[in-house]
Design a protein around this ligand. Structure first.
Ligand code: TXA
Ligand code: MG
Length: 320
């Protein structure tokens, strides 16, 4: 069972050391980790048992930290942040290179949020890194709005639940982006859509016919630059002998150059932590195609395979 306490010093110590801690926000409880430590971020995915990598919201301590993580921030979003932060609204923005693609599940956009909860705001301002924090429930379960919900869902997997009592809003944050003309609501949530109307641009809901796609489904379209083929590595390498290949593997080295071995010790959290950066690097390695093996079908191996399968399905469109 996790300790339930209001000790933010203890929470800060654990987070600095790469542990995951449940934190209260005004919307729902989040499962927080140090966004600058890929292993800690990978552990969030592991604890939640999501079968795939869903992008995670980056929680920041102050409005001026938007610039640290996002580029080309539209004026209308700045105005909305000034009006509503801290509060139950999150913004989809272009990410800076410093944001690990593991956090955004490979996307070049990042969602930022400044939560309105005194303990968590104090915690964030003590830390010199932002926190990733999806809702602190297991995959497919209801989002937790009280410490005891978190305890029931994931209490055995984390050391500490920071106790902020019951969440004031109880619904996840509203996620909003700006497509250059319209404000796009990607997720309806704790801040009512009516509140956005005063900001000038038209407001549309993502996922409607003819409208923008929702973030979850958008992640399917992050096409790799070069084809990725998934299967038995020695066989694939023989089939593609003579071509300029890059190789992605779990534990063992198969190829002298343009290769990423994700975890020589065979740890799936380490493999997951390095997966997206490795894919980026291999895509820019000068290779014509990436060959990858399948990972063990357990724990984070499932999410890794999901990502690789989707990349290889897209490769069929290259005719490769
Ligand atoms: O109220 C909230 O936002 C809570 C509290 C803990 O802050 N957090 C939360 O996180 O609801 P989560 O992971 O359960 O939902 C985040 C959703 C993702 O499922 C995805 O749809 C969207 O936000 N999202 C996050 N980053 C994204 C990105 N880079 N691109 C597209 N969508 C993104
Ligand atoms: Mg959630």
């Amino acid at each position: 069972m996790a300790l339930v306490s209001r000790d933010i010093e203890a929470a800060a110590r654990l987070l600095r050391a790469g542990e995951c801690v449940a934190i209260p926000t005004e919307t729902v409880y989040g499962l927080a980790a140090n966004a600058n430590m890929p292993e800690a971020v990978a552990r969030v995915y592991e604890i939640k048992e999501r079968p795939r990598f869903n992008p995670l919201i980056l929680h920041i301590a102050a409005i001026d930290r938007m610039e640290t993580h996002a580029a080309n921030i539209p004026d209308v979003i700045r105005e909305m942040a000034a009006a509503f932060w801290p509060g139950p609204i999150s913004f989809l923005l272009n990410r800076k290179d410093s944001v690990d693609p593991l956090i955004t599940a490979g996307s070049n956009q990042v969602v930022l949020r400044m939560p309105d909860q005194p303990l968590t705001l104090e915690l964030l301002s003590m830390l010199d890194f932002p926190l990733v924090a999806p809702s602190a429930n297991r995959y497919m379960s209801v989002s937790p709005s009280k410490p005891e919900h978190v305890q029931e869902q994931i209490g055995e997997r984390i050391p500490l639940i920071l106790d902020g009592g019951a969440c004031r809003v109880g619904l996840e944050s509203t996620i909003v982006g700006f497509d250059g003309e319209r404000l796009v609501v990607y997720r309806k949530g704790g801040l009512a859509m009516e509140e956005l109307a005063g900001f000038g641009p038209e407001v549309v809901l993502a996922g409607n016919k003819g409208g923008p796609v929702t973030p979850g489904s958008a992640s399917r379209h992050y096409a790799p630059r070069i084809p990725l083929l998934l299967g038995n590595l020695p066989e694939l390498m023989e089939q593609h002998a003579g071509r300029k290949i890059a190789v992605l593997s779990f534990r063992h080295s198969h190829h002298p150059e343009r290769e990423k071995v994700l975890s020589a010790e065979g740890k799936l959290t380490t493999a997951a932590a390095g997966l997206f950066s490795a894919l980026y690097e291999l895509q820019h390695s000068g290779a014509e195609l990436i060959l990858s093996e399948r990972f063990p079908d357990e724990g984070l191996g499932r999410a890794i395979n999901d990502r690789l399968e989707r990349a290889s399905e897209q490769a069929e469109h290259f005719g490769g």
